[in-house]
Write a protein that binds this ligand. Sequence first.
Ligand SMILES: C[S@@+](CC[C@H](N)C(=O)[O-])C[C@H]1O[C@@H](n2cnc3c(N)ncnc32)[C@H](O)[C@@H]1O
Length: 156
Amino acid sequence: MPPRISPLKDAMHHVVSKTDKTFKLDVKYINAVKGRGLFAKGTFCKGDFVVEYRGDLIKDAELQRRRKRYHASCAVYMFDFKCIDASREDGSFGRIVNDDHKHPNCKMKKIDINGKPHLCLFALDDIKEGEEIAYDYGGEDYPWRTQMTSVDVNSV
Ligand SMILES: C[S@@+](CC[C@H](N)C(=O)[O-])C[C@H]1O[C@@H](n2cnc3c(N)ncnc32)[C@H](O)[C@@H]1O
């Protein structure tokens, strides 16, 4: 087996080259509620770098300005730690990752590269082929966390 590349070096490589792991990840349509999701088409080991949440790094004043301008369905793509605005459909994979606050398999971490912060997802556990990539979006009460789907209703 080839030696494992350090997750941080791997993340830096993908951040700098603005590339996603297209050989290990796939975007698939799930359903009308969730929309699309990102799925593993290879395996990941616990700790591995998975994907960058790529977008425009914007300041607070610009964040407030864009929030007023955007429809709610776009505003949810804005990851607010400073703010990464990933609302533009640019074909990148990070913006497709859905929320799972109960059983996330990835964790978002901020890493600084060349003096700029970047948001990257790292595997919390080993991830099997076919698993959906998901992380905990954070504390907000997002509507989908309380809404029951027809799948939930049928299993009650
Ligand atoms: C950053 S986007 C994720 C990608 C999105 N699913 C797509 O198709 O572009 C966030 C949006 O995905 C949906 N979403 C994310 N996690 C979800 C979940 N656990 N259940 C239902 N919808 C979810 C919500 O519509 C949310 O506004």
